[in-house]
Design a protein around this ligand. Structure first.
Ligand code: UDP
Ligand code: MN
Length: 274
């Protein structure tokens, strides 16, 4: 019996979206997410934080997960969160694991559309590096050797297929990712790259439509915004790095520009009181 094409087409429900956050950012960073792109992926998006917060747990439909990781911004704490994100993805049994930071806007339909290009039963590590050359580090085991690998910047978001994630399980699951991060003494997103590229010998596939605030947001042309998968923002005052949109909501009401972006991408969804 031929399988119906619709049974093979990837849908949003096949994607596990994790957002890394910390309790001091719940108010300042989660509100805008919850009021914009989260509405397009309520059932698929989970927030990984470091404290209980009944208010935000309720608003997110019970999707705020206290990792019990330390709330300090150190390597171990961040790797700890990434490792809980990873374990939660594995438990979800979904086809794609997509990680984002809490200062990302995720263009959900574009993300799903883009993932349809790849078979989740093959090994895929999709994202965007923020450096021009592969990272080169000294091998901890044989001190003379150098190890070179690419990694996708966590702050731009990255996705890992189920097949690749299953290969990562013996190395990364149940907190083992923390030990790898401690061994190479590098941050969580670099640790993921090290596991995929160095330990498993799989390559990062560069997806230019992911964007972190290490890039200049204002350089993205308005006409191309709908094709992009992720966006970010940083800074305040005169050091701000934010999207530049022609028709914009009052900047003091929308300092991140994410409400403006959401209305630009989905005008029907952002009428008052919707
Ligand atoms: N973060 C965290 N714990 C901390 C500080 C930051 O989990 O103590 C998270 C934060 O919520 C965000 C990511 O780490 O998702 C990156 O933090 P931030 O944007 O503040 O810094 P960046 O590295 O982008 O400059
Ligand atoms: Mn950031």
């Amino acid at each position: 019996v031929p399988t119906k094409v619709s049974e093979n087409i990837l849908t949003l429900n096949d994607v596990f979206i994790s957002v890394k956050t910390t309790h001091i950012f719940h108010k300042t960073r989660l509100d805008v997410i919850l009021n914009t792109w989260f509405r397009l992926a309520r059932n698929q998006t989970y927030f990984f934080t470091d404290a209980d917060d009944p208010k935000y747990n309720t608003i997110s439909g019970g999707h705020l997960i206290n990792t019990n990781c330390s709330s300090s911004h150190n390597r171990k704490a961040l790797c700890c969160k990434m490792s809980v994100e990873f374990d939660s993805f594995i438990a979800s049994n979904k086809k794609w694991f997509c990680h984002f930071d809490d200062d990302n806007y995720v263009n959900v339909p574009r993300l799903v559309q883009h993932l349809r290009r790849y078979n989740p039963l093959d090994d895929w590590y999709l994202g965007k590096p923020s450096i021009k050359k592969p990272l080169e580090i000294q091998d901890r085991d044989s001190k003379k050797k150098k190890v070179r690998f690419w990694f996708a910047t966590g702050g731009a978001g990255f996705c890992i297929s189920k097949a690749l994630a299953l290969k990562m399980v013996p190395i990364a699951s149940e907190g083992r990712m923390i030990s790898v991060g401690e061994k190479i003494r590098l941050p969580d997103d670099v640790t993921v790259g090290y596991i995929v590229e160095h330990i498993l010998s799989k390559q990062l596939t560069v997806v230019l439509q992911f964007h972190s605030h290490l890039e200049s947001m204002a350089l993205l042309p308005n006409a191309s915004l709908s094709e992009q998968i992720s966006f970010s923002y940083s800074g305040n005052g005169s050091n701000r790095n934010v999207l530049s949109l022609k028709k914009s909501i009052n900047k003091s009401l929308d300092p991140t520009r994410f409400y403006t972006l959401h209305c630009h991408l989905y005008p029907d969804l952002c009428k008052p009181n919707t």
